[in-house]
Design a protein around this ligand. Sequence first.
Ligand SMILES: NC(=O)c1ccc[n+]([C@@H]2O[C@H](COP(=O)([O-])OP(=O)(O)OC[C@H]3O[C@@H](n4cnc5c(N)ncnc54)[C@H](O)[C@@H]3O)[C@@H](O)[C@H]2O)c1
Length: 328
Amino acid sequence: MSIAASHIHHVAVIGAGTIGASWTAYFLSRGLEVTVSDPSAGAPDLVKRTIESAWPVLQRLGAVADAKPDAWRFEKDPVQAVAGVEFVQESAPERYEIKQALLPSIAAVLPQEVVIASSSSGLLISRLSEGCRFSGRCVIGHPFNPPHVIPLVEVVGGPTASPQAIASAMAFYRAIGKYPIEIRKEVPGHVANRLQAAMWREAVHLVAMGVASAADVDAAIAEGPGLRWALMGPHLTFHLAGGEGGIEHFMDHLVPAMRGWWADLGTPDLDVGAQKMLIDGVKEEAGDRSIADLAARRDEFLTRLLGLKRSLQATRPLASDAEPVAYR
Ligand SMILES: NC(=O)c1ccc[n+]([C@@H]2O[C@H](COP(=O)([O-])OP(=O)(O)OC[C@H]3O[C@@H](n4cnc5c(N)ncnc54)[C@H](O)[C@@H]3O)[C@@H](O)[C@H]2O)c1
């Protein structure tokens, strides 16, 4: 038994750093009530600042009409914070020992039908849910930074979650305008972070080998294939690389070359020297642009890009496009 998405009105956000604060802003924009918990004295202020800076972006992304930026309260004790909620989004630090102490304490006081979703970037849900009452209701609900902007949420049940809990988390995220995908087997890093890790490993290798500067490796993505990837993933992209013959022709034509490149890919160990090379390269690339400036530019770009994707889906829909979001 799980709670239907339409009956989820009150959510607990447990752990309110970068990700929990952003989740809070997003949940509020979907008209949900949020109780936030975090042991840090600075957490309420971070949440307040995050909501304030995210709210204009969330209005552009499609906040519901009656969304209230102040429909949240802070409760330091996580066990008290989950009282009466219908969904829990845990975003505590990425360490087994922290989450394995936290999750059983909140699971102990929650009815079986309340799903507990962990934002974990790569830990295994079968280990995180150890010792939880009704461990079958624990899933991974992994967002991408910043969760109030990026639609993807990876839902992982692993060998321990119940099919109902997975379905319930998928339905909830979909109902609030996210793009959940179900990861069928648990693996460290889930899917998207493994893809990022594979790409970054080679990016590091190329800089460490002196093949190109950090800035030029970044440009090789941001001014090249990265532009396509915002619309199509690597598989569909290569369907088009095969021309009219599609993926079959791509296999005949380019796979032999790809095999050769795969055999030559690097495995850098990111030792101190390689780290320094990258740090210097990235600082040179960033120049006088602050982290805040870069993040603001990223969020502005992403907001416009999401608007573009939505308008493309509306004006030139494909049969396979996702169903329109069922806004509450
Ligand atoms: N930063 C990212 O890009 C990113 C992206 C997706 C998912 N995540 C995941 O989200 C989770 C949180 O990451 P973050 O980047 O927000 O980290 P963070 O360090 O910014 O925030 C963690 C928060 O947890 C609080 N905390 C510490 N101990 C706690 C406890 N026992 N119970 C509850 N809260 C506690 C801290 O005070 C802090 O506010 C991690 O599992 C991480 O893997 C991070």
